[in-house]
Design a protein around this ligand. Structure first.
Ligand SMILES: Cc1cc2nc3c(=O)[nH]c(=O)nc-3n(C[C@H](O)[C@H](O)[C@H](O)COP(=O)(O)OP(=O)(O)OC[C@H]3O[C@@H](n4cnc5c(N)ncnc54)[C@H](O)[C@@H]3O)c2cc1C
Length: 390
């Protein structure tokens, strides 16, 4: 693939795609409104849990399948980077306090139903006190039972973003930091074969504007208009807690404060996350801080002496149906425009699948992986000819 590509947005999917295209010999220009540290991206503050079974209670089957597909792909993607990235696939632990047993039973029944309907998922295992003690010795004095979701994983998002950054340098990707770019403008003037819009929430206007959709079929137009982009506020707390020794991502079922705790290396724990229908990017509210901190303390008393390293807020880029989508549209001269968005709360869980679908579309005009996984691709038919000759 020796064509010239522009990628706008160096968050999660933009970085992955830039590295993948450069690895295949493409010339890549990458434009990012912020700096190389990704301070503007939710990918920097995310817990980066890779939990398709746990998430199956709140998302659709296609996203779950993208999550299952992506777990082994992460190992390969990370294995090909020049610097190590912490990756763990040791399952998820689900806990609840005695008074919330009926909520936990409902959750377990939901998981069981999803596993019965999807043979890609591994069934959850019920843990009594002894079994709980054997997998998480530090937690068993407060809880008498739990659920274990095998095969689920997590990675260190900050290490990943830094490792991808180094790879961009090694592969000589032309990075334009602190540069706001408009994909449609790049498409017109710079002789790119493909411009790929990975701006997350920064692409809001493009996903909403109707004049851009005028040349799509009426079916696509209706779909596109009803699928505008929004931000969903999420708040997380980063703790240093050497007195807590949790080995794997842990979720607490709670009627008001359901939380997760994602243990990273060096006694760092990411505790989150709120989910609020708002694009407010201001600092964490007192209420959210109190809820997250009080809930985490009920899981392990060692959190009492933890140090608060960071309280962070970001918005998840979300389409109306909470599902990801790739849109391929508009031919100006011979250049194509691809838009990737709607990764919502599953960007880490599903981005290898999204990446593979995008690469297949760029190379072959078709994506069997997208068909198999049920990823929505909205496309102008006239672009098929264009893609085939990339
Ligand atoms: C609190 C929280 C917790 C999360 N936890 C998890 C989790 O545990 N597991 C999981 O799978 N996912 C999680 N996510 C979701 C994940 O972080 C997102 O799905 C993912 O970051 C989206 O990736 P993206 O590349 O589409 O967009 P982004 O990461 O938002 O990247 C978009 C980039 O485009 C840049 N940009 C915007 N406008 C312009 C412009 N005009 N010109 C140039 N650049 C521009 C932005 O600065 C940004 O760097 C979480 C998110 C949040 C907020």
């Amino acid at each position: 693939m020796n064509s010239k590509f522009a990628i706008v947005g160096a968050g999660l999917i933009g970085r992955l795609l830039a590295v993948a295209l450069a690895q295949r010999g493409a010339h890549v220009d990458l434009f990012e409104i912020g700096g190389p540290e990704a301070l503007e991206s939710p990918a920097r503050i995310a817990a980066a849990m890779l939990a398709p079974l746990a998430e199956s209670t709140i998302t659709e089957n296609n996203v779950v399948n993208m999550g299952v597909y992506s777990l082994p792909r992460w190992k390969k993607i990370i294995g090909e980077l020049s610097t190590p990235v912490y990756f763990q696939q040791d399952g998820t632990l689900i806990l609840w306090h005695h008074q919330d047993t009926s909520d936990a039973e409902r959750f377990a029944a939901h998981l069981k139903k999803n596993c019965a309907a999807n043979n890609l998922l591994s069934a959850p295992q019920h843990l009594d006190r002894i079994a709980l003690h054997s997998i998480e010795p530090n937690i068993a004095n407060r809880f008498t039972q739990g659920l274990y979701l095998p095969n689920e994983g997590q990675l260190d998002n900050r290490q990943l973003l830094a490792a991808l950054l180094l790879e961009l340098d090694i592969l000589k990707v032309n990075c334009h930091w602190h540069t706001s770019a408009e994909p449609e403008q790049l498409q017109i003037t710079n002789g790119y074969r493909w411009v790929i819009d990975c701006r997350g929430l920064g692409a809001k206007a493009a996903w909403q504007s109707q004049h851009e959709l005028s040349d799509l079929s009426s079916l696509s137009t209706n779909l596109a208009q009803s699928n505008s982009l929004r931000g969903v506020r999420g708040e997380v707390i980063r703790l240093h807690a050497p007195k807590v020794n949790l080995r794997r991502p842990t979720r607490l079922i709670h009627p008001r404060y359901p939380i997760y705790i994602a243990p990273k290396e060096h006694d760092i724990y990411v505790v989150g996350a709120t989910e609020i229908e708002s694009e407010d990017l201001s600092e964490m509210s007192v209420r959210s801080a109190m809820e997250l901190l009080s809930a985490v303390y009920t899981v392990h008393s060692g959190f009492a002496e933890a140090r608060i390293l960071e309280m962070a807020t970001q918005c998840r880029p979300t389409l109306k149906d909470n599902l990801p989508e790739i849109r391929v549209k508009k031919t100006i001269n011979t250049s194509g425009l691809m838009m990737i968005n709607g990764l919502y709360r599953h960007g880490f869980m599903i981005s290898p699948a999204i990446l593979d679908c995008a690469l297949e579309l760029l190379e072959n005009a078709e994506s069997k992986t997208a068909l198999d996984l049920g990823l929505s691709i909205q496309r102008e038919p006239s672009l098929e000819r264009l893609s085939a000759c990339v």
